[in-house]
Design a protein around this ligand. Sequence first.
Ligand SMILES: Cc1cc2nc3c(=O)[nH]c(=O)nc-3n(C[C@H](O)[C@H](O)[C@H](O)COP(=O)(O)OP(=O)(O)OC[C@H]3O[C@@H](n4cnc5c(N)ncnc54)[C@H](O)[C@@H]3O)c2cc1C
Length: 465
Amino acid sequence: MAGSLAAAAAAKGGAKVLLLDRNDHTKVGKKTNWGWVCGDAVAKSHIDYIEKELNMKLGEPVLDIKVDGVQVLSPDMQNKFPFEGEGFSLDRPKAAQFFANLAIKNGVEYRSHYEVEGPIVENNTVVGIYGRNEKSEQVKIRAKLVIDTLGVASTIRRKLPQNEYIENMISTDDIESTGRYIAKFDQVGEDLNYYDEKNALIHLNQQLAPGGYGWVFPKSGKRVNIGIGVEKKSLELRNTRLNKKDTLHSLIDQYVEWNPTVKKLELDPTDENGKGYWSVTVRRQFDSLVFPGYLGAGDSMAMPNPISAGGIGPAMVSGVLAGEVAAEAVAAKDTSLAFIWRYNKRYNDLYGNKTAGLEAFRVYLQSLNNDLINYGMSHFLTKQEAEEISYGRIPKITIASTFNKVLSGISNINAFRNLVFTVNKMKKLNELYGKYPELSGFSEWKKVVNAEMKEVKERFPPNPI
Ligand SMILES: Cc1cc2nc3c(=O)[nH]c(=O)nc-3n(C[C@H](O)[C@H](O)[C@H](O)COP(=O)(O)OP(=O)(O)OC[C@H]3O[C@@H](n4cnc5c(N)ncnc54)[C@H](O)[C@@H]3O)c2cc1C
């Protein structure tokens, strides 16, 4: 998603672009051996943005079906909160093919079967990449700028010299292990809490999906994209406390079994993309997305939304912005870090300014067991306040403003106090990102952001059961 759009945007901006992918050209964008592993859901606002920026229109089969929104359900199924607005389920293989073709149409040279092994770094600047072609011969490629869109396990990012801008590794605490099936099914009865052909459903449940959630997203042709994400520490704690030995794989099957409405799943063999497992990050994007000679976009920069793990939108938006800035830099004959810094600012203004706050909220959420989530969703927040949070905006939740919320039970009251603490932190983090720094102020700014986040993480260890 990020790669082809970065290439298309850079070429549209006049740059000479080479787009590399390890896959066969018929399987462009295939994330892993498992396929184009994804829940496939994307908000309409992101689609609108790329259509406008790249001057094109998307339709079927790329946009598989339209949904009214995402609904988040409490573990006891008594409360349903809306999250993000209208959206689409994508056909990921078709979308990847469409975007690669768009890049080629814009003049990009596309090379398949190229395995990127790492960056070429000279004088602390990325000047190209090295890797292997389809004959396994080592081929070095030099470029004025490299845009890294290799996804969460990027071999370029991991081999950058240690630096203050881009982290090489991502903490496992900030990763969800995920898996999903795309399958035809038989519908048994009608219960919109378990299957809704007009909405994507998210089930919060610390026993079924510790530290994450389960989802049932509708697709065309009476198919679903159904899966779960779990966080490693939460899963270990849950297993210890319940004396179980579950894994991601066993939990997905239990989640599917638990659903009374979606029955008799039959994996969809199309594109061999019916079943797959992969990782998604749930932290804020890296504090900087650039290093000398290098820009990163999409999952390589930990961009998925920290509470929904939605990474398609940010990958598309960042891809376009990175491509545009790279083309501007080449045209201006100035590929310095100071010039490409504007990409950080633009991404922050358009999307990134809310993700640190959402990361804080995600950490808080992972510290609540099912009882507290149930209680919180019926007593702490109105639907409107919850929706505000999902967009990264800050509702006014203070102890004083909620006198009318009658809370009982000491652990519930503590959880509410912790929510007030979290919302205040979100506000502070949003303010910090509202003043995203110039290059010269970056070190100082980063120290303050990291200190705020450390406080949140120390206060809220995972506590699923
Ligand atoms: C199970 C699951 C469910 C998800 N559900 C959703 C959802 O419903 N909505 C949503 O918005 N997001 C979802 N996400 C996240 C979303 O899939 C990603 O954020 C998105 O794919 C990121 O796109 P990307 O272009 O940055 O990276 P990727 O899609 O990972 O693409 C990386 C590309 O780089 C190639 N590549 C990698 N390494 C090399 C190498 N060394 N050499 C050459 N090529 C290489 C890969 O083959 C691939 O083509 C989900 C993720 C998972 C795992």
